[in-house]
Unconditional design. Structure first.
Length: 611
């Protein structure tokens, strides 16, 4: 009776000596993963991205048996990744704690494994030979132009994404030719393992060429349907053209009253054999309030608030009210200023892509160069005559009181501003590629004041953005300005109509308006001509941070043509923090040939790039 318990205790003792029970066995089981490199960086990244052993290691810990199951599932994922890169004979081997995954003793080993150190999982990949495309067939009647859009040739690497993208290219090409209901089945692939090739077949049913049917609008609440239809350039009966439909969609989205616009083609033809098209919109809130602020050491701080109605009368009319205070401090100011403005814009005035804009404003400035109080008003007609070109012409009036060097002058001015603009940049606040240019001519007739001589102010400005690396991460930005006044000498011009340089808009590192001729008390005079230019390099760092380095240069001519004044240059660096509405900017700039009495540096803060 005593033998059996004794023997049991002896047996337990022997087992404990041979294979001790570890009270530290872990569940869940910590582990590390080593994914051995294949030599192909893109493939290695795809293998890593497909692995749940890697992606779930910290966020979803598992026990021993679940770890084995996770590794088994990853083997299939690795093979899929290999095949997507054209390695159809590839192999994946997983070792856990030094044993192959298919070793039946792995689960028991993991049951006894402690939490520290973590179990080591090693993944070895044998990619094998790279398969290439063999025969590439299209079954179905298609034109040579559609066939050429497939862009797959025998002998090319049999990379799965390229093969799948070929189907989309075929479908897009057929629709571009008017086959709106065309169908292209998923490609059929046949492996030839002896030749290491992959034969591909695409089955195509082009269907009939179709014309557009009824064009309808959905989702309007406060926008007039007649306004929307007036902006739709496509019409029933014209051939189906997806590029024109997409252009129409983008144009409707750019009006400013819609948060989204979708274009949907019907799944089948109507009774006349035509294809109906529906545009579905979602309207933005009609009223919006915004706040803005900026700071620089020369102009000090500024704060502004604005209220805007995006759809005042149902035709996307915009009414804006804005007010702000400026010159809160600053080494180029002598007091606090203010501005207030009301603006009304009527889109599609008399014709599509033509707008009427009326503005009325009041402004007070207290600057080193002059003090100004003015009421301004203008009426402008603007027209966009191509995707990137636009012009505006109008009538502007100004009643101003200008004080300079202790002398106060009243002016009543009537002008005819004319502007031609070009813009193909990809962003308003943070462009990374494209070109902006503008030519402005403003003939002005003084109706009252010290001088009644007619004069014309002319400016040519532009900026260019060159994307040097990964899209949007390394950008070389250039800007230039040339301005000239004809018909009046330096002191015949109102002080605020002369040209000045210095500050964030021209030459950073110098006080606002400080570059150019000066009075005996060192205050800026302003001149009849200006030239300025900038070279700036912008580098994105990580996802939300960036840096900039720049050099600015400029000169103002006292009373003569451009390019004959004294040149000043500044250089600096900046930091950027990128947000959804644009980068927050901080720049510091130093004058390279400092003027007497000038600052040793200037700081600038704002939203959006400097230009």
């Amino acid at each position: 009776m005593l033998f059996r318990p004794f023997a049991a205790w002896v047996g337990v003792a022997i087992l404990a000596l041979v294979e001790p029970v570890d009270s530290r066995a872990a569940d869940p089981q910590p582990y590390t993963v080593i994914l051995q490199e294949t030599g192909d960086e893109a493939l290695d990244q795809a293998l890593s991205d497909s692995s749940t052993l890697i992606s779930l290691r910290e966020n979803a810990p598992v026990g021993p048996f679940a770890l084995v199951a996770r590794a088994q599932q990853d083997v299939e994922r690795f093979l899929t990744a290999l095949q997507s890169f054209g390695y159809y004979k590839g192999k994946a081997r997983v070792e856990i704690a030094g044993r192959l995954l298919d070793d039946p003793g792995v689960p028991a080993l993991l049951e006894r494994a402690p939490a520290d150190p973590p179990v080591e999982v090693i993944v070895s990949i044998e990619s094998g030979p790279l398969f290439h495309l063999g025969k590439v067939n299209i079954q179905g009647a298609v034109s040579p132009q559609v066939r050429a859009r497939l862009e797959l040739q025998p002998g090319a690497p049999a990379v799965a994404p390229n093969v799948l993208a070929g189907r989309e290219r075929l479908l897009s090409a057929l629709r571009d030719e008017g086959y709106a209901l065309a169908k292209v089945n998923e490609p059929v692939a046949v492996l030839d393992e002896d030749a290491d090739t992959l034969d591909i077949t695409y089955e195509v049913d082009a269907g009939p060429r179709v014309d557009l049917g009824q064009i309808s609008v959905k989702g309007l609440d406060h926008v007039n349907e007649s306004f929307v239809h007036g902006r739709v350039p496509i019409h029933p009966g014209e051939p189906f053209n997806p590029a024109r439909i997409e252009k129409t969609r983008r144009d409707l989205a750019s009006v400013g009253v819609f948060s989204s616009v979708r274009a949907r083609a019907a799944d089948e033809l109507d009774a006349q054999g035509h294809l109906p098209i529906e545009f579905e919109m979602m309207e933005r809130p009609r009223r919006v309030v915004s706040l803005s602020g900026a700071y620089s050491t020369d102009l000090g701080g500024s704060l502004a608030v604005s209220w805007r109605h995006r759809n005042l009368l149902g035709g996307a009319e915009q009414l804006s009210l804005a007010a702000g205070v400026a010159q809160l401090g600053g080494n180029s100011t002598t007091g606090i200023g203010y501005n207030a403005a009301i603006s009304f814009i009527k889109p599609d005035f008399l014709r599509r892509d033509q707008s009427l804009q009326a503005n009325l404003g009041a402004i007070k400035q207290s600057l080193d160069a002059y003090d100004r109080q003015a009421i301004t008003g203008d009426l402008l007609v603007s027209r966009r005559f191509s995707a990137h070109w636009s012009y505006s012409v109008g009538l502007a009036a100004e009643q101003a009181k200008i004080k300079q060097q202790g002398v106060t002058s009243d002016y009543t001015l009537l002008s005819l501003p004319m502007v031609v603009k070009y813009d193909d940049t990809n962003s308003l606040l943070d462009p990374t590629q494209g070109l902006r240019a503008a030519a402005l001519v403003t003939p002005t007739q003084p109706l009252a004041g010290r001088n009644t001589t007619t004069f014309a102010s002319m400016q040519i400005s532009g900026s260019a953005y060159l994307d040097l690396g990964d899209p949007g991460r390394s950008v070389l930005a250039l800007r230039g300005l040339i301005g000239d006044v004809e018909g009046a000498s330096q002191f015949d011009l109102p002080a605020d109509k002369r040209f000045y340089a210095g500050g964030s808009a021209t030459v950073r590192g110098y006080r606002y308006q400080s570059i150019g001729p000066r009075f005996p008390d060192d205050k800026p005079q302003g001149g009849t001509a200006v030239v300025a230019g900038t070279v700036e390099f912008r580098q994105r760092i990580l996802d939300k941070y960036g840096a900039a380095i720049f050099v600015d240069a400029g000169q103002v001519t006292a009373d003569g043509p451009p390019f004959v004044g004294t040149w000043r240059a500044g250089a600096g660096v900046g930091a950027r923090y990128y947000t959804a509405i644009g980068p927050i900017r901080a720049d510091v700039a130093l004058p390279l040939n400092r003027q007497a009495g000038g600052s040793s540096f200037e700081l600038y803060f704002g939203i959006g790039q400097a230009f």
